[in-house]
Design a protein around this ligand. Structure first.
Ligand SMILES: *Cc1c(COP(=O)(O)O)cnc(C)c1O
Length: 423
């Protein structure tokens, strides 16, 4: 029986046997013992399931990965040490030097650098399409050597909402998969596979953990993409490093995620620690409760700021005034995330004064945990840029990004009000 996603947050992925611990145990062991060399040999040849070295998998990691696969509605998942590692391996699992990826330009800065610098230096090319690109503009970005399309469902920090159904349609018309970074909405608010996406990645360091205690990432496979269409020989030709296994034949719908573990994780090794996976699971157990409160609080704060005459503009996709309102209602009717951005009247100076006047709301680079925090990019992450350079990269000098937490909302409003009164 398929349980509701809220129940899956609490229960999926782990089924204790008679007398076993009720809670997912932290298996703090790099290695596992077997009685015969033959069994171990079969594990190495992927002829049998089982754990033998934590770089590939481990009971704690496997249980938490299975929970996230259930939440997204996929056939399998692999945890990684960070969101960055998940994004990287999601691409390198199917792209090599000489291949090309179509990517939305509204993506996390770390992902942009990973793609535009590091993976480019390894020979993988990227074409970036702007958030306002229409069907024709997106189509024009494809090449003969395109192997994947990558977008963020709700982008960090610009809060652009991707038209996932359209991207999936165009990717499939070109015979390539759509990879969606679904970090901001989480599967509780948006499930990309239901709109045609093939692979989902997350930085679990954000809402999934939810308490800012454990860095992590995950890759989830929908099982729906056909890797035998001629573009992906790595799935249809024998892998000599595994005694000639042919992934698409042997693992069927789970070919992508199996190759991710046995090839990508085996060779590159950015595995999540069992301790972090345990903490991640604690976060996942309350994810549906927290996302509801994050969204409700963010909406209240966004509306409060929109009505304040010291505020120039407010950006939150669930607000009726947002240019993404209709798209957001289509894909994420229950809310998109707890992150909002807004501009303080009076430019960079007033924005800095406002930040200094905040009390309960702390100045933090991180987003998406239980505590409300704020960041003024022009005086911190982007401080080396002039006002003109800031405008050019879409970060206004007066922009404040706020990650609305799950506190009692009147306390958040009161802190904002007293800070606004001081400027
Ligand atoms: C933070 C973030 C990442 C990177 O994740 P880390 O866990 O910090 O490596 C990737 N994508 C999005 C949307 C993020 O917000």
């Amino acid at each position: 029986m398929a349980y509701h996603i809220n129940t899956q947050c609490v229960q999926a992925g782990y089924e204790p046997k008679n007398g076993e611990s009720r809670v997912i145990p932290i298996v703090q062991s790099t290695t596992f013992k077997y009685d015969s060399a033959a069994t171990l040999g079969r594990l190495f040849d992927l002829e049998e399931d089982g754990f033998f070295y934590t770089r590939l998998s481990n009971p704690t990691l496997s249980a938490v990965a299975q929970k996230i696969a259930a939440l997204e509605g996929g056939v399998g998942a692999m945890l990684t040490a960070s969101g960055q590692a998940a994004s990287m391996l999601s691409i390198t699992n199917i792209c090599h030097a000489g291949d090309h990826v179509v990517c939305a330009s509204a993506i996390y800065g770390g992902t942009f650098n990973l793609f535009n610098k590091s993976l480019r230096e390894l020979g993988i090319e990227f074409t970036f399409v702007t958030p306002d690109a229409d069907e024709e503009a997106i189509n024009a970005a494809f090449r003969d050597n395109t192997k994947a399309v990558f977008v963020e469902s709700v982008s960090n920090p610009s809060l652009d909402v991707a038209d996932v159904e359209l991207y999936a349609k165009l990717a499939h018309a070109h015979g390539v998969p759509l990879i969606v970074d679904n970090t901001f909405p989480t599967p509780v608010l948006f499930r990309p596979f239901e709109w045609g996406a093939d692979i989902v990645v997350h930085s679990t360091s954000k809402y999934m953990d939810g308490h800012a205690v454990a860095l992590g990432g995950v890759i989830v496979d929908s099982g729906n993409f056909d890797w035998t269409n001629g573009k992906y020989p790595a799935f249809t030709e024998p892998d000599e490093s595994y005694h000639g296994v042919v992934y698409a034949e042997k693992f069927g719908k789970a070919a992508y995620i199996t190759k991710c573990v046995t090839h990508m994780m085996r060779d590159y090794g950015p595995q999540q620690s069992p301790q972090n996976a345990f903490l991640l699971n604690l976060g996942l157990e309350t994810l549906f409760l927290r996302m509801e409160r994050h969204c409700a609080n963010a909406m209240t704060v966004a509306q409060f700021l929109e009505q304040n005459d010291k505020i120039e503009w407010v950006n939150y996709p669930s607000l009726p005034s947002s240019k993404y309102f209709e798209r957001c209602q289509k894909y994420m009717p229950n809310g998109c995330c707890g992150v909002i951005s807004f501009g303080v009247k009076g430019g960079r100076e007033k924005a800095m004064q406002f930040m200094d006047a905040l009390d309960m709301i702390k100045l933090v680079i991180h987003v998406a945990d239980a505590r409300t925090c704020a960041l003024h990019p022009a005086s911190t992450t982007h401080r080396q840029l002039t006002d003109q350079q800031l405008e050019d990269c879409g970060v206004k000098p007066n922009l404040i990004r706020m990650s609305v937490g799950i506190e009692y909302v009147d306390d958040i409003l009161a802190d904002l009000q007293q800070a606004l009164d001081k400027i």
